[in-house]
Ligand binder design. Structure first.
Ligand code: PLP
Ligand code: COI
Length: 353
């Protein structure tokens, strides 16, 4: 791999006391090209613009997939990645569905490890803060016909991250728009899934909601996920999350929460979950808590759920009693190397360079 280091770091311009997600990027990026069936030209170089033919399929047909993962520091400024193999597996699952080549493990892992090692100064030090890492794969061959590209580029960039949401969320159960449908690409992290959610999310934001609770596309009666997060409900003293299907992204945070909750002896259920069950739980006060979870957002609990114009406030329980905050702390403690790692999720990044 070629490594071209930046002449002068931009880190002095980074305000670590005021981190705004995705506004500043670390000094370097990793790129690897796929041409004639081979992965070539792996390079770490200064973060900067990239140039492709205007007829590249990524621009016309949305042949693009991505990942979201994080690097954390502990008190001694040792660096840890969280479950990186899960992201590697998932990007290749997404790539296969979009008829893209799979990324070899050594290219993904070496690129990731070396990039984060070079840019380790960009990882914020405080609890709950991290470096958000965005690997992505795009179709770059310039042929306008609607068919898969011949050439691709795999890129990794990163951005310092703090809490994505700074307040409890107001949620709208979606009755009209959908993010995915059976047999579609909802289970992938395909770029187009996000583009199609922007319009309904803006409408929900204009109505005063933070996020949309997606429901199934044919009946809008079954709960799927929340904006760019998976969703949990503390219902009848059980922690319930919708069972994965083709429409739902299998979240690494969700998987981790399920393991932590089971380990704590919490009764968890992964099953089909209807909107009426949630509304009934709200009306009868059997639904005590609900929260979304994802890499960028970590865990955020809801303040309000709205359905068909009716706003239901969730019980106003103390922070100490909240299952969401207890699980969030357990997760962050593992991520920041403050507690044991019983499941082997942390991957320590040694200093390579
Ligand atoms: N669902 C969607 C649609 C997402 O975009 C994300 C974010 O990545 C998640 C769920 C949560 O997945 P993860 O916990 O792996 O970040
Ligand atoms: C993540 O949590 O990693 C996401 O992908 C959310 C992102 C679209 C901001």
């Amino acid at each position: 791999m070629i490594i071209e280091k930046i002449f002068q770091s931009r880190i002095e311009k980074m305000d670590f006391n005021n981190i705004s997600f995705g506004n500043q990027y670390s000094d370097h990026m990793f790129c690897s090209e796929y041409k004639n069936g081979e992965w070539i030209n792996s390079i770490i170089k200064p973060f900067g613009n990239i140039m492709f033919s205007p007829v590249s399929p990524v621009f016309h047909y949305g042949q693009a997939v991505f990942e979201g993962m994080k690097a954390y520091k502990d008190k001694n400024e040792e660096v840890f990645l969280f479950r990186p193999k899960e992201n590697f597996t998932r990007i290749n699952r997404s790539a296969a569905r979009l008829e893209m080549p799979s990324i070899p493990k050594d290219i993904f892992m070496n690129g990731l490890i070396k990039l984060i090692d070079i840019d380790r100064n960009w990882i914020p030090k405080n609890y709950g803060q991290s470096l958000y890492i965005r690997p992505f794969l795009i179709a770059t061959n310039g042929v306008l016909s609607a068919k898969p590209s011949q050439d691709y580029m795999f890129i990794i960039i990163s951005t310092p991250a703090d809490s994505y949401y700074k307040h409890p969320l107001k949620i709208k159960i979606e009755e009209k728009y959908s993010r995915s449908s059976a047999g579609g690409i909802g289970f992938t992290k395909a770029a187009g899934n996000y583009a199609s959610s922007f319009y309904p999310t803006r409408l929900a934001n204009e109505e005063g909601f933070d996020q949309i609770l997606w429901t199934d596309s044919s009946t809008h009666t079954m709960i799927e996920e929340l904006g760019t997060m998976n969703v949990f409900f503390w219902l009848n003293n059980k922690l319930v999350t919708p069972k994965l299907n083709d429409n739902i992204l299998s979240g690494i945070t969700c998987k981790s929460i399920l393991s932590l909750a089971k380990e704590e002896g919490i009764h968890v259920e992964e099953r089909d979950l209807s909107v009426s069950e949630i509304i009934n739980g709200l009306e009868k006060e059997k639904l005590k808590e609900s929260f979304g979870c994802g890499t960028a957002a970590v865990i955020n609990y809801f303040k309000m759920i709205s359905y068909k114009g009716r706003n239901f406030l969730l019980p106003n329980i103390s922070e100490k009693e909240r299952i969401s905050l207890r699980l969030k702390k357990r997760l962050l403690d593992i991520q920041h190397n403050l507690s044991k790692d019983p499941f082997g999720w942390r991957v320590q990044l040694k200093k390579y360079l």
